[in-house]
Design a protein. Structure first.
Length: 216
């Protein structure tokens, strides 16, 4: 039973493959026969024209019997011409129908190929794989945001504010001691405005170095 089904499938597949070829061969034969019928039609048309001219000539000669015989032949040719016209119409109809059927076969095969390709693509991806991929994308985006957040975070120097305040207090005490020590001269901004230069008494109070010491 299985072997028969397999054979039937193979035979159906082979038939589908040979169907377009057979259709094209049949169309070619129909077109060829149609061309032959057209040539016959032209030949019979010439015969009919000649028969009419011959019948006229025979009537002029007074040979009525021969003219009637010629007209009978002309009618036979006209009957054949009418048959050829019907044959041509039948051949043309078959050719058009076969061309449409062949086109339908090509369309069917193209659609079948497209459907198969879509099925393969769907199987290669699958809904679960797409969902997994989207989860991976979301996870990577979250990690990227965390990395950006880490880069944007301020750097902690790890120094205690109490230690800094203690150093500032120590610096302030040193500055106070330096300003209150004897012999130091400090001008305030007000004094600097009133006395931009030291007075002569200031220079007089300073000890003078001897010239010998300077050059000495």
């Amino acid at each position: 039973m299985g072997w028969k089904l397999f054979n039937n499938k193979n035979s159906n597949s082979s038939k589908r493959k040979t169907a377009p070829i057979e259709a094209n061969i049949s169309i070619a034969k129909l077109r060829e026969n149609l061309a032959i019928q057209e040539k016959r039609e032209e030949h019979l048309q010439l015969k009919i024209t000649k028969m009419a001219e011959l019948a006229k000539l025979q009537m002029k000669k007074g040979d009525k019997r021969a003219a009637l015989s010629t007209m009978k032949k002309r009618k036979l040719y006209e009957g054949e011409l009418a048959k050829i016209d019907n044959v041509k119409l039948t051949l043309e109809t078959q050719a058009i129908q076969l061309e449409g059927a062949a086109q339908n076969i090509h369309t069917f095969e193209a659609m079948k190929t497209g459907t198969g390709a879509m099925a393969l693509i769907r199987k290669s991806m699958g809904v679960e794989r797409v969902d997994d991929m989207m989860d991976d994308i979301r996870e990577e985006m979250d990690l990227h945001r965390e990395v950006d957040k880490a880069f944007a975070a301020p750097i902690d120097i790890m120094i205690d504010d109490d230690d800094l305040l203690a150093e500032l207090d120590a610096l302030s005490e040193n500055a106070t001691i330096a300003t209150s020590s004897p012999g130091s001269t400090i001008w305030s901004f007000g004094e600097a405005k009133n006395n931009s230069r030291p007075s002569a008494a200031t220079f007089a109070n300073k000890p003078q170095r001897s010239k010998i010491a300077l050059f000495g």
